[in-house]
Design a protein around this ligand. Sequence first.
Ligand SMILES: [Zn+2]
Length: 608
Amino acid sequence: MKKKQRNPKSALIDSGQEPAAVYARMSDDQQRKASIDDQIRNCHEMAEEKSWSISKQHTYCDEGKTGTTMFDRPGFAALRAAYKRPDTPFRRIIIDDTSRMGRNEADVHRVLDELEYYGIHIYFASDGLDSQNPWFRDAFSAKARQDAQFSKTHGKRVRRGRIGLFEKGLNPGWTCYGYRNVPLHNETNPDARGRAATLGMKEEIDTEEARIVVLIYMWYSQGLSLRQIVVRLNTDRMPPPRKCGRKIKSCSWARSAVDYILKNERYRGILVYGRTTQIRNPENGKMTQRRHPEREWRRSCRPELRIVDEDLWGRVNVERTRRSCVGLARAGGLNRTDKSRTYFLSGLLECGVCGANYNLRSHGRYSCSNYMWRDGCSNSATFRREDVERSLISALSNKLRSPELRESLAKSVFTFLKSEKARSRQSHDHVGSRKAQLESALKVEEGRRDNLVHAIAVGGDMRSLVDALAGSESEIEVLAQKLAELTPPTTSKDARFNEIRKFVDRHTDSFEQILLGAAEALKIEFQRRISPALTVTPVDEKEGRVFCVTGGIGLFSPAEGEMLSEQVNQIGQHCTIPIDIKIPLCVLRKRKSSERVAHAAKTSPQYG
Ligand SMILES: [Zn+2]
């Protein structure tokens, strides 16, 4: 017992089994599947050494998630939610390596600030970095910079490697419809176990899929529309491309897939690499595609991969040019014109039947994209763009003016802030107990130093005693610094209900102003405020069929960056204006699937 008190630092940590949480992450770039298990095992070994206990319930993992963003990491989000709870059972998190927490410097520093605020310690098992050490931030910054640099250079290395594969005639990307990947082995240079090393993937023509590609080209050159081709492919159950849209579960042909096949030069034996690059949007963590200038593309002639002969390719190109000059949508695409920029609900309406997005089709009507392009949804009804826009604006302005809505929004913000205050009080109590611990440890260490000084005075300056004194003094310095750093979290002062009401009023007024403003500005605001989307479902009412539009619109838009504005985000969640409006259905003559096939067949001769 006495021995333990000698080292006040360990007395602080080792008092019983301190509960700890574990976090592990693995990205999808060719890391071993066992990596997560390895990380957790390493953390457990370290916990045992330090006498910390890890409960299974507080082991959080993210498999196949990149470290370059904090978005889309459910495991990390759950960990953050757990340590923010006032009754959280752990005060310590163990992570194998700093890079597992994240590879974005700004993000990881923000997480550290957050942990400090909630009084949570973090320990990196492989690096031996402990947030309780005074030099922790300096060492961590250096390591975080290395981690961030790694992901940047890694991206460059991957691109260089892929270009190398392409130059060698191997496939640097995923398979394309009509081809399959065959691993190419290096038989002359086996590895230690005698197995031939894989050099890369070589592409080969898949005869069944190639037959369908040729059919698509022939149908198009004969004058069938993209939609007619899609209907025919889906009715005949032709195997679709493997990669499917996120929202639609069943795999089927889509118009975009057929369009892509008709444009792809690979089918005439010309391979192109490096057309686009992917870049992450820092605002929402999503990857977006950027097109490289055409002079940077790499082309290679590969006659053995030709599926479509030059004559057919030429005929399809002539047909494409002909069609690009006629038709309503050919004027530049519905999403690329100046006018389309004022369609403020684009991409924000979701089919209540299948969950796919609504797309604007000709004559300004929205229809389910899954019904329109894939024939995969029963919701064939459409509604006018003006109808939904006008109804939404008028319903919103009515709501914003209603005192009941303002009152209920103010109430929900008030309740939220109250619970926040309770949590902050709990955190305050934690700081108090930590302070008492540190003070008692400091007292013990000071007693030890005095004893050492006394011993030196009596017995002369023996080397071991002098060393022990120096150690003791530096320990005192560390403890004193920690005590000085320990500042109680600022408790937010009681927000009065009247003040909150004013806050809500201010935001409702400014939202009203936005509703009156230009459609382009409204579009930007709606993209931020509507989350995830408004659901539009056809329903039978007494007066006939109508569309029900349901969902919620935030009273104010959360600012950029998920981490920075978490508090505001949370208040935003408590300030959602419920939407429940009805809009008339646009009556169209419905053509059944079988009729459509018959129609498609009538317009051109049958091939197969
Ligand atoms: Zn649908």
